[in-house]
Design a protein around this ligand. Structure first.
Ligand SMILES: Nc1ncnc2c1ncn2[C@@H]1O[C@H](COP(=O)(O)OP(=O)(O)OP(=O)(O)O)[C@@H](O)[C@H]1O
Ligand SMILES: [Mg+2]
Length: 557
């Protein structure tokens, strides 16, 4: 080969190359890389003793051996080369014994190792940092490679699972897997997870150990680029967390139960309060009813007293006027008889006397007088009879405080009440009576008359101009009823619920107290009966009082 070309090849080789003569230990040939790296001009390097460059003690011994004929190959040996300026350079060298035309030559090849060392150091450092990280994490880590073998694990893994030391030391993969699978209740699940190395998904499971501990296991694939190269399992002991969560849940449940208890207590208190309120409302109602009765009885008592007084006062004069009129009628008949006798004897009188009497008869209109005086007397007697009846009604009316219930006919009561109320009614309404002839019932007749009185007066008041009031009675096996129907203006629906309330009135001040119906209601209730009302605005109202036929309860006083 052309020696220039050999030189070209030599000088473009990045390794340091030096050919050494074993006899003289001189460098016979060197390349540019050796000259440049060692800092010698090439011409100076060629001819330099190799021991000038390889000055470490072991190298000096080696070259002495070479010199004495013991020539050995060297492979990848670390070495310090002395540079031209005296500094040292770490290299890795190999020496090969070559044969050239029957003579031995030694070819030294070397590369500086400083940069390699730097990379290795960095790698080692990174690895150690990684290891430290792996060890310092609070999770137990297990990495399994694609062949299902343990790639790495941290110390916590062995400790957390309690894996025996010898298993860890010899890294018996299958035995370690079997060991941890046997520790948990979810054996199948864990076994499956440990086998599913190529699963691209992340999984998260909770494992219950036989000893009571609880581990959370998360597993995710380990990638090198796009390729799955294994699976990383992380285990965390969540026993304490679970316990805390459990305790929290329990205390929350307890709290909720207590809140419920308190709420129930509150409800109970509320219910008690509500009950008390209702009782109070009932009490107030009873009080109002009692007050109404008191007012009514006072009212009735005073009206009754008045009526009784008037009745008494009228009764006397009516008595003697009645008796006098009776006598007068008697006397009048006698006088009229006498007059007839005189008239028959008249013919026997003288003509002038007869003429005088005739004039007198004509003057006083004796024929009319004779007829009219009888009529007048009859009318007066009739009038007196009516006065007597009114007095009787007033007397009945004034028996407000009747304490004893008695058998009474309501139709009779209605008649007498109608007479008392007649003054209120006669200008307003025509009264139609449709009496069914109901039997007597055991009751407080005067109080029931009060009821009818109020219903009749209300009916009259409801009629605007003139109308009709129909009084109907009826009965069946158990009860009797009285209906008072008017053709009045009716009751507004919004007032319907209030008409029995004490003091509810739509009448102007002084016209109504609003007590009538509430008292009527009280009286009917006392008789264990009921009042029904139907009303159509504009066409009229019907009140129906239903009363039991049988005797009243003992409390009806
Ligand atoms: N037949 C009826 N037609 C229309 N409204 C009526 C009738 N009866 C009662 N009402 C209504 O019911 C209200 C209450 O009647 P209630 O008899 O209790 O009291 P009042 O008649 O107003 O007064 P009081 O009877 O004390 O003189 C009346 O003001 C009236 O508005
Ligand atoms: Mg009234």
């Amino acid at each position: 080969m052309n020696p220039d070309l050999s030189r070209l090849v030599l000088d473009h080789c990045p390794e340091m190359l030096m050919l050494v003569d074993p006899g003289s230990l001189q460098i016979m040939v060197a390349n540019a890389s050796a000259a440049n790296t060692l800092g010698y001009p090439l011409a100076q390097l060629e001819g330099l003793a190799i021991t000038e460059v390889e000055c470490a003690l072991q190298s000096v011994f080696y070259w002495q051996d070479v010199h004495s004929g013991q020539q050995l190959d060297v492979r990848d040996q670390e070495e310090q080369y002395r540079l031209c300026n005296g500094e040292l350079l770490s290299v890795r060298k190999s020496i090969q014994v070559l044969e050239h035309e029957g003579v031995a030559r030694l070819l030294v090849r070397a590369v500086p190792t400083q940069s390699e060392h730097v990379t290795e150091d960095a790698l080692a450092q990174a690895l150690s940092a990684l290891r430290a990280t792996l060890e310092s994490t609070s999770n137990a880590i297990l990495v399994i490679d694609v062949n299902g073998r343990i790639d790495s694990m941290n110390r916590l893994f062995g400790k957390m699972w309690g894996v025996p030391d010898e298993m860890l030391y010899w890294q018996y993969d299958t035995r370690i897997f079997d060991f941890i699978v046997a520790c948990v209740e979810e054996t199948e699940l864990l076994g499956e997870r440990l086998r599913a190395i190529m699963d691209p998904h992340e999984t998260r499971d909770v494992l219950h150990l036989h000893g009571g501990s609880v581990f959370e296991m998360s597993a995710r694939p380990k990638y090198l680029g796009e390729q799955i190269t294994g699976r990383v399992f992380g285990f965390q002991d969540i026993t304490q967390r679970m316990q805390i969560e459990h305790d929290l849940r329990e205390s929350r449940a307890m709290l909720e139960a207590r809140v419920l208890e308190r709420t129930a207590d509150l409800h109970a208190v509320n219910a008690a309060l509500q009950l008390e309120k209702e009782q109070q409302a009932g009490l107030i109602q009873r009080l109002e009813a009692a007050q109404n009765q008191l007012i009514q009885s006072e009212r009735m008592a005073s009206i009754g007293q008045l009526a009784a007084g008037v009745a008494h006062e009228i009764n006397n004069p009516v008595g003697f006027v009645n008796s006098n009129l009776g006598s007068m009628e008697h006397y009048l008949q006698a006088l009229l008889r006498l007059l007839s006798s005189y008239e028959q004897a008249e013919l026997e009188l003288s003509a002038p006397t007869q003429q005088q009497l005739l004039l007198l008869k004509q003057e006083i209109d004796i024929e009319f007088l004779r007829d009219d005086v009888t009529e007048l007397l009859a009318e007066s007697l009739d009038g007196l009879k009516r006065v007597t009846r009114i007095v009787q009604d007033l007397k009945t009316f004034s028996h407000a405080d009747e304490a004893q219930q008695q058998w009474a006919n309501l139709e009779t009561g209605l008649e007498s009440t109608l007479r008392v109320a007649w003054n209120e009614i006669k200008y307003k309404a025509e009264v139609v009576k449709e009496f069914a002839g109901i039997p007597e019932i055991e009751c407080f007749p005067f109080q029931l008359n009060q009821v009818f009185m109020n219903l009749l007066v209300n009916a009259a008041h409801a009629i605007v101009e003139r109308g009709c009031i129909t009084i109907r009675t009826g009965h069946d096996e158990h009860q009797v009823w009285v209906e008072i129907q008017d053709s009045g203006r009716g009751i507004q629906p919004e007032n319907m619920a209030r008409i029995f309330d004490p003091f509810f009135t739509t009448k102007s001040v002084g016209q109504g107290t609003g007590l009538g119906l509430s008292i009527a209601y009280g009286i009917v209730k006392k008789h264990q009966g009921q009042i029904e009302v139907k009303s159509v605005v504009g066409s009229g109202t019907t009140f129906k009082v239903l009363l039991p036929k049988s005797a009243l309860g003992a409390d009806a006083a």
